[in-house]
Write a protein that binds this ligand. Structure first.
Ligand code: DGL
Length: 262
């Protein structure tokens, strides 16, 4: 039994989609969430820059006594998780585009992946694709501009819709039957995607799987908190806390949302 918080980081608001799943699955756990919005989007940075930002976020979470870190960002996971696991003692949970379940379920043999440039050019993405989706065709698309719009609270704007139409059209024309959301910001686009995708195309997002895996790893390391008290939820943003507050406005319970210059 361990009362220390779970640490979570992302380049901004995207990891909130993961935080919600974590809280649903483990309602007794305290969490600290870092939104590194000042440095968003990670997806257009070099692998070295993404690694350095991931180290900075990890160290801040460790200074805050986190017992486990969820890298709630595909771009940071695919570029930095090996390093983080080798260099820090706490367990890390990463998130990668869910091409394995999509490949297993695909009937057309064609799966679309919408992700950042940083994820799609990473060695980890390519080895996962080779190991788990060798028999299917993967149609990759960089979601240029989407993270910036989502960070500004414009996920449902005409601009976001136009970009999505442009990005998914070649994939649907090629016959995909699954679209993998390979960036934790993209679940905020699901209402627009549902409008724009043919009904038979299934959207795959792996937030729930990440929460299950986090629970399993906490259990294996005897790190679960079983203390029946009100959990504490801290959110730290290095731009303005306002946007985080807007994304979290419908969440029940007491949330501490603050600015911190990290
Ligand atoms: N939310 C992130 C991801 O899952 C990063 C997006 C970005 O900053 O480019 O990839």
């Amino acid at each position: 039994m361990d009362r220390r918080p779970i640490g979570i980081f992302d380049s901004g608001v995207g990891g909130i989609s993961i935080w919600k799943e974590l809280r649903n699955k483990m309602p007794l756990e305290d969490t600290i969430y870092l939104a590194d919005s000042k440095n968003a989007p990670y997806g257009e940075k070099s692998p070295e820059a993404i690694l350095q930002l991931s180290i900075k976020n990890t160290e801040l979470l460790l200074q805050n006594h986190c017992k486990l870190i969820v890298v709630a960002c595909n771009t940071a996971t695919t570029n930095a998780i090996d390093y983080l696991r080798k260099n820090y003692a706490v367990p890390f949970i990463g998130i990668e585009p869910a091409i394995k379940p999509a490949a297993l379920q695909s009937v057309s043999g064609k799966v679309g992946v919408l992700a950042t440039r940083g994820t799609l050019t990473s060695a980890l993405f390519h080895s996962t694709a080779k190991n788990h989706a060798a028999n299917i065709e993967i149609l990759e698309q960089v979601g240029t501009g989407l993270v910036e719009l989502i960070e500004k609270g414009q996920a449902q704007s005409p601009e976001a819709r136009n970009l999505l139409q442009k990005y998914i059209q070649p994939m649907t024309a090629a016959g995909i039957d699954h679209l993998v959301l390979g960036c934790t910001h993209y679940p905020f686009l699901i209402p627009v995607l549902k409008d724009e995708l043919p009904v038979h195309v299934k959207i795959i997002d792996c937030g729930e799987a990440v929460a299950k895996q986090t629970h399993k790893v906490l259990q294996q390391h005897q790190l679960l908190n079983t203390d029946q008290r009100e959990p504490s939820y801290k959110f730290l943003s290095n731009t303005e806390a306002e946007m985080l507050s807007r994304f979290l406005k419908d969440e029940p319970g007491e949330l501490q949302i603050k600015f911190l210059d990290f």
